[in-house]
Design a protein around this ligand. Structure first.
Ligand code: AMP
Length: 216
């Protein structure tokens, strides 16, 4: 059983790698961004408020996110292990995660951090498209769908660009990352749990490096 956090700037590949890792090992994939986009699409009170902040490239409040993750990590499918994509994003969230797991007699095994140069991140996010049905992520340049427009697994579903993947919002998200989330690298390094992985290369190359870094 493994509990792992994926860290790194937006567009680095956390979602793609997290999905592969969780599927490969039978762990739950907990993507807070995906949960919020889902809530926004369903128009729940949380979704409406979160959607506004997401579209601006701002973070949703720590209290809300900590509540969402406390609930989700306690569900039965997460007992076999989980991969957190997009949480924690601030030091208070990281502290809350430790306290939450500690209170259940559990601990985080590792924080894997991916790095990619900023200009590459901006390129990746502008070419990123996702399937509205299964949320699988494509890249129009490096990993396009077979017909160029629709999900390979859902041929009726036209791929969409995320509202926050437009250039101005991408820049704001990178600033927010540098200010609020990058300090988590030192946070986990000091606690001996940081595993650094290069995010440059093909999906399979990065995945190989991730599995090796985690020692699973
Ligand atoms: P992501 O899909 O991880 O890029 O997240 C998309 C957006 O969801 C972020 O820009 C934030 O607005 C929001 N979000 C996701 N996870 C968190 C979190 N742990 N804390 C605060 N906001 C979050």
């Amino acid at each position: 059983m493994v509990r792992v956090v994926l860290l790194g700037p937006p567009g680095v590949g956390k979602g793609t790698q997290g999905r592969k890792l969780a599927t490969g090992y039978g762990w739950a994939l907990i993507s807070t961004g995906e949960m919020l986009r889902d809530a926004a699409a369903r128009g729940t009170p949380l979704g409406i408020e979160a959607g506004r902040r997401m579209d601006l490239g701002q973070l949703v409040s720590d209290d809300v996110m900590i509540g969402v993750v406390a609930e989700r990590t306690g569900q039965p499918d997460a007992a076999a292990g989980f991969v957190l994509d997009g949480f924690p994003r601030t030091v208070p969230q990281a502290d809350a995660l430790d306290a939450m797991l500690g209170g259940r007699g559990l601990a985080l095994d590792a924080a894997a951090s991916f790095a990619v140069p900023d200009d590459e991140l901006i390129k990746r996010m502008s070419a990123r498209r996702e399937c509205p049905v299964c949320k699988r992520s494509y890249n129009l340049e490096s990993a396009p769908p077979r017909d160029g427009r629709h999900c390979d697994d859902h041929p009726a579903a036209e791929l969409r660009q995320r509202a926050d993947d437009v250039p101005e919002t991408v820049r704001r998200r990178l600033d927010v990352y540098a200010r609020e989330t990058a300090p988590l690298l030192d946070y986990y390094r000091c606690r001996g749990r940081l595993r650094e992985v290069s995010g440059v290369g093909t999906v399979d190359e990065v995945y190989g490096a991730l599995v090796q870094a985690l020692g699973v």
